[in-house]
Design a binder for this molecule. Structure first.
Ligand SMILES: C[S@@+](CC[C@H](N)C(=O)[O-])C[C@H]1O[C@@H](n2cnc3c(N)ncnc32)[C@H](O)[C@@H]1O
Length: 279
């Protein structure tokens, strides 16, 4: 399935997550406002409030089309190495689905550790890079161009691993839950899911509180990001939700997932959670 064929039903209806076609007017205005405004300033907040969840997803995916060269390198970023032994305690299986695989950085780490990897990414450029790297390195891996929310894959895996911190870049709890469910539908009955979030402190300074109020007001007045919750923000070009202590655990519990393990990799300020869908 190619990105251009993919549609997904999110929030207010069916939306294309293709990186082709025109951006919505909201997304274009918000992009402009974010360029003019300072981070977490008023214009930045108005931009966040204007966007609807499909716009946020579309902007996220498009941004990767401009970052291909950043991913075409031998990147030393490898937090996954710190979780390999703990992962092996929860499953002895060796098939792994690399979700949002990008150019195959994490896929390479898992292949070198003995996993057979299938990577999924919606960006054709990323998939092309991943295939070239896999061929050159002789990895036991294949890469599929698909939107993970709608992907239909030929087998079930022992592990579904989501690219570092990408969980929190999905703009609503409902979407994060759909992503978890999509991953759960592709793991074996005794399989596990790995997600991660930044261990950054929660957003609760005065500047953030004002940003949040302005974004929420804009969302109400313009029927924009009505699902906004405290902790939502745009950092750099990305939407990201900053979790308060205990919030991620509650979100996962409500979504029907048990936390089997919780590993913090301090060097990268990332917290990995190994999950299993509750039967
Ligand atoms: C930060 S990059 C990660 C690349 C790689 N996992 C790594 O860590 O180097 C995130 C990737 O997620 C992909 N992506 C975002 N939303 C997606 C979706 N709905 N389905 C599939 N891939 C998606 C983007 O195209 C991008 O390549």
């Amino acid at each position: 399935m190619s990105a251009s064929e993919t549609t997904q039903t999110v929030g207010d209806g069916a939306v294309s997550v293709s990186s082709r076609g025109a951006l919505t007017l909201r997304a274009r205005i918000a992009t402009r406002l974010r360029k003019w405004g300072s981070t977490h300033g008023v214009l930045d907040a108005v931009a966040l409030g204007l966007l609807r969840p499909p716009d946020i997803l579309e902007l996220l995916i498009r941004s990767y089309a401009y970052q291909l060269s950043d991913y075409d390198c031998d990147d030393p970023f490898s937090p996954e190495r710190q979780i390999l032994s703990r992962l092996a305690e929860h499953t002895s299986g060796r098939s792994l689905l690399s979700v949002f695989c990008g150019a195959g950085r994490d896929a390479g780490i898992f292949c070198e550790a003995g996993y057979r990897v299938v990577g999924v990414d919606v960006q054709p450029g990323m998939i092309g890079l991943a295939r070239r790297k896999a061929e050159a390195a002789g990895w036991d891996a294949e890469f599929i161009e698909a939107d993970m929310y709608a992907a239909s894959l030929p087998e079930r895996y022992d592990v579904a691993y989501l690219s570092p911190v990408m969980y929190a870049t999905q703009p609503t709890r409902a979407l994060r839950r759909r992503l978890l469910d999509a991953m759960a539908s592709h793991v074996k009955p005794d399989g596990v899911i790995v997600i991660s979030a930044r261990t950054a402190p929660p957003s609760d300074d005065a500047r953030y509180r004002r940003y949040y109020r302005v974004a929420r007001l804009t969302a109400t007045l313009t029927a924009g990001f009505r699902q906004i919750v405290y902790g939502d923000r745009c950092d750099g070009t990305f939407f990201v939700h900053h979790y308060r202590p205990g919030e991620l655990e509650r979100e996962l519990d409500v979504a029907g997932f048990d936390i089997l393990d919780d590993i913090t990799v301090d060097r990268h300020a990332i917290r990995f959670l190994i999950l299993r869908p509750r039967a």
